[in-house]
Design a protein around this ligand. Structure first.
Ligand SMILES: Nc1ncnc2c1ncn2[C@@H]1O[C@H](COP(=O)(O)OP(=O)(O)O)[C@@H](O)[C@H]1O
Ligand SMILES: [Mg+2]
Length: 574
């Protein structure tokens, strides 16, 4: 937990102020019953009205002061708690941004969301409460005990039964509750996972009529969350009646023994009243302490989930003094073998090839042939397992990651746009891009033809995920966004699959004419998309089956020929 402490730095003042103010509030709480006993035993007993008024005013002032300290302490505590949580959240978010694809595979997105929202909130709340309760409870108990002993030490012996009894029950309850709080967080994770998966895929769910199945899945997880929460609560609720029982038992004992002392005159009636108040305060303090421990358990459960994220090292590490500039845009795969972290099988086996700056490389092969996996190694979305990938004559692992990714534009197969204007989306490629540069990229990607028709042009609004564009439009916008970067290498992973053949041909033409120095890697399903490439790789089950130009492959690669013939037939046939 110590690792989290530095996040409190900015809110240190409040974290210190809150308990100090709390102690002042406790002092006011403590003095009031004492003043009351004075009114009864001195003022009322002697019929001294002046004394009663004087002490009464002091009592009211103490109460007001206590209230003011209480409010300020609560305020400071809230600031410290939620500020602390915000700082942690900020850092966890930053950490997740640095995560490699492999890290993201390991933590699921939904679990990261739970950790960023729910767990951070819990830490904030728990901190706020601990700053107050953890200080208030022991101080209140201590002061009230001292006062009680002061008034009547023989009567104070009731605590010798009441306190151990309370401690005993609290320990039992906490021991039972502890594992439940851990389980509770995992259950929240599972519910969030169901929600997140369903909402991101809501259109698919609807088109496959899977609502009922999804509801059922959600219901199960939701029920199990409810049951765990109920289980945890049902243990915790016992605390209250047990504590009440002990408090009232103690009060009855005090009234019994104290009453006899009052009758024989060895104790004032007012003293008895304030004694009872102090007893209640001690017991309340104990109850507060047990609540605090309970909260602490929740906080620890959440804290360890946060630390899990913070302590995860990105799989993709930079070397000291990384290289910032790419000499050229040549690419070499040298005896590359690759398996996904955590999986046993190699999905890339013995990959060797070289392309020069400015060349176009086409990659074709059935789905699952590892085409996407292969190109992901170039901007280091994953690192090779064996062998090396070189860009500009250097191992990609020698580069500054940001510099490398700035130079390598990657249009992912599962690409997405973000809510905002078109201009904002295009500027992802380059923050400083001018409208002219954006429009040029849109033209190169053949997206300008539909964007230019919008009345609001580049201010046109993009819905979350780009939902207000057709598949082909979205793909062209994603290509344009990559081009805005003016990269040295551009990779299109099946990025024109939803674009019609004519537009696809125009994109190829503009790539050839306008991106002459740029190395282009194009993964495609259609032979027509890569036919004109300087070199074509045919992938099959994680290996390079053949490599060559279109004509060569037609004669030497049976797979290529088969794809070609099936597509030609398709065209001729209809
Ligand atoms: N993130 C991942 N973790 C584990 N295995 C993966 C991951 N992504 C893809 N694979 C596996 O790698 C193989 C190649 O996938 P991929 O490169 O996406 O093929 P392609 O792009 O040619 O269709 C498949 O068997 C797939 O199951
Ligand atoms: Mg793919």
């Amino acid at each position: 937990m110590k690792t989290l402490l530095p996040y409190m730095k900015k809110y240190r003042i409040f974290a210190i102020l809150s308990p100090i103010l709390m102690i002042l509030e406790v002092l006011a709480d403590i003095i009031i019953p004492y003043l009351m006993s004075k009114i009864v035993d001195v003022g009322i007993a002697n019929g001294d009205i002046d004394y009663i008024v004087k002490i009464g005013i002091i009592m009211i002032l103490s109460a007001l002061l206590g209230m003011a300290f209480g409010v300020m302490s609560a305020h400071a505590g809230a600031r410290a708690g939620y500020g602390f949580a915000a700082e942690i959240r900020k850092d966890v978010f930053r950490k997740v941004q640095d995560f490699s694809f492999a890290n993201l595979d390991k933590f699921s997105v939904s679990s990261l969301i739970t950790r960023l929202t729910n767990d951070c909130n819990t830490i904030g709340q728990v901190t706020m409460m601990s700053l107050r309760m953890a200080i208030r409870a022991p101080f209140l108990a201590l002061f009230a005990l001292i006062m009680a002993f002061n008034i009547n030490s023989s009567l104070a012996k009731v605590f010798m039964v009441a306190i151990p009894l309370t401690a005993f029950f609290i320990t039992i309850i906490l021991r039972k509750a502890r594992p439940l709080f851990k389980r509770l967080q995992t259950r929240v994770d599972r519910v969030n996972a169901a929600i997140q998966e369903n909402l991101t895929g809501i259109r698919v769910v609807k088109s496959f009529n899977r609502q009922e199945f999804e509801e059922e899945k959600f219901r199960k997880r939701n029920d199990s969350l409810r049951d765990t929460a109920l289980e945890a609560i049902s243990i915790v609720i016992f605390l209250m009646p047990i504590m009440n029982l002990i408090i009232y038992g103690t009060i009855i004992a005090v009234l019994w023994f104290g009453g006899q002392q009052v009758r024989i005159g060895s104790m004032g009636g007012g003293e008895l009243i304030s004694f009872i108040t102090y007893i209640t305060q001690v017991m309340m303090a104990l109850m507060l302490m047990s609540f605090f421990f309970m909260q602490l358990l929740r906080g620890i459960a959440s804290g360890s989930r946060i630390l899990e994220v913070l302590n995860t090292e990105s799989e993709i590490k930079e070397i000291d003094k990384p290289v910032k500039e790419l000499k050229d845009a040549s690419i070499v795969f040298d005896k590359v073998n690759f398996k996904y972290p955590g999986s046993k099988e190699f999905v890339l086996k013995d990959i060797n090839f070289k392309i020069e700056s400015g060349e176009t490389l086409g990659i074709i092969g059935s789905t699952g042939a590892s085409k996407s996996t292969l190109v992901q190694l170039i901007p280091r979305l994953y690192d090779v397992t064996e062998g090396r990938v070189m860009v500009g004559g250097r191992d990609v692992r020698e580069y500054d990651i940001k510099a490398l990714r700035d130079q390598v534009a990657f249009v992912l197969q599962k690409n997405t746009l973000f809510s905002g204007t078109l201009r904002e989306n295009m500027k992802w490629g380059n923050e400083n891009a001018s409208d002219e540069e954006i429009i040029r990229a849109l033209k190169q990607a053949q997206a300008w033809e539909f964007v230019s028709k919008y009345k609001d042009g580049l201010d046109h609004w993009v819905e979350q995920g780009g939902a207000n564009f057709s598949g082909g439009q979205k793909q062209r916008l994603c290509i344009a966004r990559a081009l805005v970067k003016s990269p040295k290498i551009i990779i299109l992973d099946d990025s024109t699959s939803a674009v019609d053949m004519t537009t696809d041909a125009r994109i190829q033409k503009s790539f050839k004419e306008e991106l002459q120095g740029v190395t282009k890697i194009i993964i495609a399903q259609r032979i027509s998309s890569i036919k004109m490439a300087d070199r074509i790789i045919v992938m099959h089950e994680g290996r390079i089956e053949s490599i060559g130009v279109h004509k060569e492959l037609l004669s030497k690669s049976p797979i290529y020929r088969e794809i070609y013939e099936s597509q030609e037939k398709g065209v001729i046939g209809g």
